[in-house]
Ligand binder design. Structure first.
Ligand code: MSP
Length: 663
């Protein structure tokens, strides 16, 4: 039996999964399911990358031991992938004992073979990327991605003889033996390697980075996170005793951000240890959100959990593949998702199934036997073309082709005016269309497994595989029409922001964020006021000082650790001699006061309604008076729309009743 081994990058656990990590993993899942459909034996690996300085720092920031911290986030990745209906065969964590053992073995082997030697290393290093940068990578002296100046590192280190592999790798890439797709990425890799590969440091002093795998031959050093990370692709198989069968990988998926390391260090490590290179790397594009780079500080990081809850897993899977040509950069927008769900999934696919099944039920008692097949209609589907597109990882074109046939089916119903066809003639048409739907369900199953199951259950048939994609296989249909497949959603309102006049003000102008109260002290000159220190998360703006009149309502110790809502872009003001850099929101009614809280949300998370838009640079307290926020059913609303963060709806700390004003 033919085998197929596919991998995703293993994701850093410095942040929870977002739509970017979901994208690669869904694409890999689609390919894995496709190859299973063709009867191949498939192994699909994903996982988390858990060592290194970036993660060590993040854990410290949260006041957690690194292992406790990585356990928490890795679990979150696994939960999200379940929600996304990902069928991976293993989930590797670089803190797995087997993995750590395997990496040490490899390091020892490289050392014994003379590929690792001791020296000094000096270079720019961006912790955000966890990668070394060259002079030409820098923009105004800063990392162009993370906008921070890299560290200049000079320290005792072990180096890996990367330079030795330059020509070999180049030859393998050029010959296509180590295939890099799309072609433009292959050229990029060649250009980069031709500029010359230098030996790289593969260790850090343990006193600086303790959260890493110790070098087996020097206990004062830990292993560079990438060397550790790459080996996941191999340990992930070994953990399940599948190495001999599945190595080398057939496809390794990733975005362009990690192309360079995957075409230099990774193949060099494999060559140095006498392993085969992966057959193919496929590099997809990077996407933005509503036209902007996804970033925590813009508050536009999209959580896959939220999208699934809102629109269903298959709508998200479909949209991600349908909207962005696979391999190109693109944009994610909730509005576009809703449009595509409404126009393509509800109006075309859902409608097709509902029309055919209704006709069959109404006019044929739900039964249709095999008869003559209208070949001219059947020819409108080109299964081989779709199969080739899938094999070539043209995921976007393949789904377009399937959906084109869905449209053809609807057109056929209209052309033949099936609603007017007599019962005795209708059966032939309905049988043909049911066969079309059955085949569509097979072809769609990698993209939308849940929908495919629902279709099969309405057709009352078992799931088929790729070999079943031909007309005339089912002898008789006895269908069971059930609920509609896709409901329509209201398109989130187009951003008013762009249409508004200068002086008009709306909710989206306000930058409300989740902040954690870290410290509280009495205001020295006012007996009703506290001064709070608020943590807004590292990516936002670190800590703020806020003055607020909570002293009559809350004890200091009650406030510590609470996750409250802060208006962050409020013009700073000096209140009785102390600067206040924001405003803490509370609901107030008849001498009662309750803080607005978001206990499950991350620090710095944006509070929004249904649109995430850029807030104004600064607002005034007069502006705030113009938007009326109030309580309703234990929630907080603006014009009847509920305020929320990505994780949850905003709550009230104390019971205060409806119509309490927020101030
Ligand atoms: N841990 C390393 C990879 C080690 S593999 C041996 C790493 N992790 S990461 O968490 O930063 O993940 C990067 C990958 O996530 C990208 O290569 C891509 O697959 C995916 N994406 C993250 N953000 C994305 C977008 N905005 N758009 C598309 N893909 C995205 O690098």
């Amino acid at each position: 039996m033919k085998k197929f081994y596919i991998t995703t990058p293993i994701y850093y656990v410095n942040a929870e999964p977002h739509i970017g990590s979901a994208y690669t993993t869904i694409a890999a899942d689609i390919l894995a399911r496709w190859h299973k459909l063709k009867g191949e034996e498939v192994f699909f690996l994903t996982g988390t990358d858990e060592h290194g300085q970036k993660i060590q720092e993040k854990a410290e920031e949260e006041g957690l031991k690194p292992k406790v911290f990585v356990d928490k986030i890795s679990k979150k990745f696994q939960e999200t992938f379940k929600l996304l209906n990902i069928q991976n065969d293993n989930f590797i964590r670089t803190t797995d004992k087997e993995h750590e053992k395997e990496v040490k073995k490899v390091l020892q082997e490289l050392y014994d073979k003379g590929y690792i030697y001791k020296g000094f290393y000096e270079s720019f290093y961006c912790i955000g990327c966890e990668q070394y940068l060259t002079h030409s990578d820098l923009l105004d002296g800063k990392c162009p991605i993370h906008k921070r100046a890299p560290d200049l590192r000079k320290e005792e280190a072990y180096l890996f003889k990367l330079s030795e592999f330059q020509n070999k790798i180049l030859k393998l890439i050029k010959s296509g033996e180590f295939e890099i797709l799309p072609n433009k990425r292959k050229n990029e890799a060649i250009n980069f390697i031709q500029q010359g590969l230098q030996d790289i440091s593969i260790s850090r002093l343990k006193e600086k980075v303790s959260w890493g795998i110790e070098l087996p031959f020097d206990k004062n050093h830990t292993c560079f996170v990438w060397v550790d990370a790459f080996w996941n692709y191999i340990t992930g198989l070994k953990q399940k005793n599948k190495f001999d069968k599945f190595w080398p990988a057939d496809v390794q998926l990733m975005a362009k951000d990690i192309l360079r390391v995957h075409t230099t260090i990774w193949p060099a490590l494999l060559l140095a240890t006498g392993n085969k290179l992966p057959k193919r790397l496929f590099i997809h594009g990077y996407f933005t959100v509503d036209g902007e780079k996804m970033s925590k500080s813009l508050g536009n990081v999209i959580s896959p959990d939220y999208m699934v809850k809102q629109y269903g897993v298959d709508s998200l899977r479909y949209f991600l593949m349908r909207n962005i040509p696979f391999g190109e950069d693109g944009d994610f927008s909730e509005n576009l998702l809703v449009e595509r769900v409404n126009n393509e999934l509800a109006n075309e696919l859902g409608n097709l199934i509902s029309r055919v099944l209704s006709l069959a039920e109404r006019k044929l008692n739900g039964k249709a036997s095999k008869g003559f097949i209208d070949e001219k209609f059947a020819d409108r589907l080109d299964v081989d073309k779709i199969s080739n597109l899938m094999d070539n990882i043209e995921l976007h074109t393949a789904i377009n082709e399937i959906m084109r046939f869905v449209k053809e089916c609807n057109r056929y119903i209209n052309e033949e005016e099936l609603w007017d066809v007599e019962e005795n003639e209708l059966e032939v048409y309905i049988y043909t269309l049911l066969e079309a739907i059955r085949i569509i369900s097979i072809l769609l199953s990698p993209y939308m497994p849940q929908t495919s199951e629902k279709i099969n259950s309405q057709l009352n048939i078992k799931a088929g595989d790729f070999g079943d994609c031909e007309f005339g296989l089912v002898e008789i249909y006895k269908i069971k029409k059930k609920e509609i497949l896709f409901k329509k959603f209201d398109v989130p309102k187009p951003p008013e922001y762009h249409e508004k006049k200068e002086d008009e003000i709306g909710f989206e102008d306000f930058d409300f964020r989740v902040g954690e109260i870290k410290g509280v002290k009495d205001h020295p000159n006012a007996d009703k006021l506290y001064i709070e220190e608020i943590d807004l998360g590292k990516d936002t703006s670190d800590k703020l000082q806020v003055v607020s009149g909570l002293r009559e309502y809350y004890k200091k110790e009650e406030l510590i650790g609470k996750k409250v809502i802060i208006l962050r872009n409020l013009k700073p003001a000096v209140i009785r001699g102390v600067e206040s850099q924001g405003m803490l929101l509370a609901a107030v009614k008849e001498k009662k006061l309750s803080l607005l809280i978001a206990p499950k949300s991350r620090n710095g998370g944006r509070v929004f309604i249904n649109l995430r838009e850029k807030a104004r640079k600064e607002v005034t307290i007069n502006d705030f008076e113009k938007i009326l926020l109030k309580t309703k059913d234990k929630k907080v609303v603006y014009q009847d729309m509920i305020l929320r963060t990505e994780e949850e709806e905003i709550k009230l700390d104390k019971n205060i009743g409806d119509n309490a004003k927020i101030q």
